[in-house]
Design a protein around this ligand. Structure first.
Ligand code: PAF
Length: 293
């Protein structure tokens, strides 16, 4: 397959490295320095430089002839991306944390799958990613694709060292990942810890349990099942720094609004621990000059 990967952060680089072993991968990158470094390693890049609006420029680079688009940009960049007149022939696989993008995605009318990624991945530079925890990708059809097509796509992407599994339903898959992110991400970001701190630090563990309880009550999921999943991912990605911690340390806006904020909006009831972490992460963003108020 000819695959275009939009976004070359830790997840984009990881997907590019593994999928590139079996497919023709083109990385769509924003910065010239990253393009040069990736190209020096023989990776095909399409660059969309940054005259405003960024995504309008990107779309002009997204030519026909692709079999799949894998979109790994962050949640807060999704609105701008989906507002563009995107090519509609090939299916899209959206790999975002959180569920904030779903409504816009159905309005976009694109043929699409959504997926969750449970690997620990840490970008070490523009052309290097450290695979810090083996996990998998799960995908489910979302818009204008039938399950047979989704299953075939998943089979084609799947390899032993980069497993991709097909799920019949997108909602339980995304909700379960949402719980993992609403527990692990804010706590590791607030306390500047690796993911394993959820298991090893008794106070962080207690806060994690409380966040997990709140999230399960709102999303209607079984606490014991989801808590076990959270602990499993904290273990397998134990040496990783969560994406939220990386966003904070690299002075970027985090995805807390699409993760913990999404749960607050969804629940429409007081969730004190979620409330606290959203404000605490906002405070860090504010101090780093990436949030205005
Ligand atoms: O956002 C992240 O960091 C990841 O989704 C995960 C699975 C928590 C691993 O760090």
């Amino acid at each position: 397959m000819k695959i275009g990967i939009i976004g070359a952060g830790s997840i984009g680089l990881l997907a590019g490295a593994y999928l590139g072993e079996h497919h023709e991968v083109h990385m769509f990158v924003k910065h010239d320095e990253q393009r040069k470094k990736l190209e020096a390693e023989g990776i095909i890049c399409e660059q969309f430089t940054e005259p405003v609006p960024v995504y309008a420029h990107l779309v002009t680079q997204m030519s026909e002839g692709y079999d799949l688009w894998v979109v790994t940009i962050k949640q807060h960049a999704m609105d701008g991306f989906l507002e563009q007149d995107l090519p509609g022939d090939a299916p899209y696989l959206f790999l975002q944390n959180g569920m904030g993008h779903l409504e816009k995605l159905s309005q976009s009318g694109l043929k699409s799958c959504v997926g969750v990624i449970e690997h620990g991945a840490l970008a070490k530079g523009p052309n290097e990613v450290d695979h810090r925890g083996m996990g998998n990708i799960q995908i489910a059809v979302y818009n204008r694709m039938d399950p047979t097509h989704g299953q075939a796509l998943s089979n084609e992407l799947h390899t032993a060292n980069f497993p991709v599994f097909f799920k019949e339903q997108y909602e339980p898959m995304l909700k379960s990942k949402l719980i993992i992110n609403t527990v692990i991400n804010p706590l590791t970001a607030l306390f500047s810890q690796q993911n394993r701190s959820i298991l090893t630090n008794p106070s962080i563990n207690e806060l994690a349990r409380l966040l997990c309880e709140e999230a399960c009550s709102v999303l209607g999921l079984s606490f014991s099942e989801e808590w076990n999943r959270v602990k499993e991912i904290a273990e397998t990605t134990g040496k990783n720094y969560s994406s939220m911690l990386k966003d904070i340390t690299e002075n970027r806006l985090t995805e807390v609004d699409s993760i913990s904020g999404y749960i607050l909006d969804y629940g429409k009831k007081p969730l004190p621990y979620h409330h606290f972490v959203v404000h605490a992460i906002h405070a860090l963003e504010y101090e780093r000059g990436v949030r205005k108020r």
